[in-house]
Design a binder for this molecule. Structure first.
Ligand SMILES: [Zn+2]
Ligand SMILES: [Zn+2]
Length: 379
């Protein structure tokens, strides 16, 4: 396959990515500069505990936080045995390569249960899993004397959360949307370094840096709410036609709802067991642990499912899908090809592990990998 790459908007090198919302095409070097600048738009503390699942968002967050000079401790929570084991392997490797301290948490040891026990605890699996992850990350931060936990939420996550809460009149969630939530009383602060970066750019960046990442499908995953999926679909359609829609939505929400965390949190007390926030002196996780101590069976781990395998070191693409094409076509622009295939711009196209900008010309080719951003389905 031959590829005619357009030039970088800032220098004479070949572009590896196009960013329609910023009207830029960038080479590898300038793309990294751009990503670092976006991360620095968030007011970052000097030290953070980063939730490193091994998925592309958290891996890219680890890379960028390290590059902008933060003191990072990566934490992987093995919330679902076996499924999270593969992710933890990747997280360990990434931390080693970046020279970051990596801590693994085994919830059975901390709490006496993991996500597999959801039925015994009368909880939904995804909600139990997120409680376990959140509490574990906060606990590690507390024990290390760190005041902030960073997570890999990206601009797409934020935009769809914002619109969903608007449409559902969930003003509490809406008010909490911010790149940084300051620590307060027993509360550990929250930072979202990828707050201003769309998912597609994160995927392209992971590809361009050849970062290893993994996304298997959780064996316990419940189909997400139809409502939230529709919102995401709608936003993707808008973004494709009017690049910048998602970022504009986030900007508007931030202007409309100054965070009033402090008022909301003032009643919380430190849990007498773990020191994290609670309403009655014992937090919900410590309550669960005390209630079920010694009463839960050991459960057999479930195997994760992989919906698609890719190539190179981006070896598994999970909840999204990819396509290997064999089309006899002369020269065609990537964006026209995507249109032909009924795919939106919210995909990363890669050849030989390298991202292709959407305005690149491709021709006389036989194998092309199209990485579809997880949860975005063909239109
Ligand atoms: Zn350049
Ligand atoms: Zn507690």
């Amino acid at each position: 396959m031959k590829v005619k790459r357009p030039k970088c908007s800032l220098c004479s090198k070949e572009a590896i990515v196009s960013l329609p919302y910023a009207r830029l095409r960038l080479c590898e070097e300038h793309f990294e500069e751009f990503m670092k600048k976006r991360v620095k738009r968030v007011e970052l503390p000097k030290r953070v505990v980063l939730g490193l699942s091994g998925g592309k968002d958290s891996v890219v967050a680890a890379y960028l936080l390290k590059k902008v000079g933060l003191d990072v401790v990566a934490v992987t929570v093995n919330a679902v045995p076996n499924y999270t084991k593969h992710e933890a392997d990747v997280a360990r490797r990434v931390s080693e390569e970046l020279g970051i301290l990596h801590v693994e948490v085994y919830p059975e040891e901390l709490y006496g249960f993991n996500t597999l026990h959801y039925k015994y605890l009368k909880r939904k699996p995804c909600s139990l899993c997120s409680s376990i992850r959140r509490h574990s990350l906060d606990l590690v931060a507390k024990r290390l004397g760190m005041r902030y936990v960073a997570t890999g939420h990206n601009a797409d996550d934020i935009a769809s959360l914002a619109l969903t809460s608007l449409l559902k009149q969930d003003l509490d969630t809406l008010r909490k949307i911010a790149p940084v939530e300051e620590p307060y009383g027993p509360f550990i602060g929250r930072v979202k370094p990828l707050f201003w970066i769309p998912e597609r750019d994160i995927l392209a960046f992971a590809l361009s840096k050849r970062l290893p990442w993994i996304k298997a499908s959780c064996p316990l995953y419940e189909q997400g709410s139809v409502f939230a999926d529709k919102v995401k679909e709608f936003l993707n359609g808008m973004e494709e036609k009017w690049p910048g829609t998602k970022i504009n939505l986030i900007k508007s929400i931030l202007k409309l709802s100054p965070s009033n965390d402090k008022e909301r949190k003032s009643d919380a007390k430190a849990c007498k067991y773990c020191g994290l926030p609670s309403w009655e002196g014992i937090c919900s996780m410590c309550k669960l642990r005390n209630k079920y101590k010694g009463k839960l069976p050991k459960l057999r781990a479930l195997e994760p499912t992989y919906s698609c395998k890719g190539e190179g070191n981006t070896f598994i693409i999970g909840t999204g899908w990819c396509k290997v094409l064999d089309i006899d076509e002369k020269w065609i622009r990537v964006e026209n090809l995507l249109k032909k295939l009924g795919l939106s711009r919210e995909v990363a196209v890669a050849y030989d592990d390298r991202p292709l900008p959407h305005d690149a010309w491709i021709g006389s080719w036989d194998r092309l990998l199209i990485f579809v951003v997880p949860r975005v389905s063909p239109t």
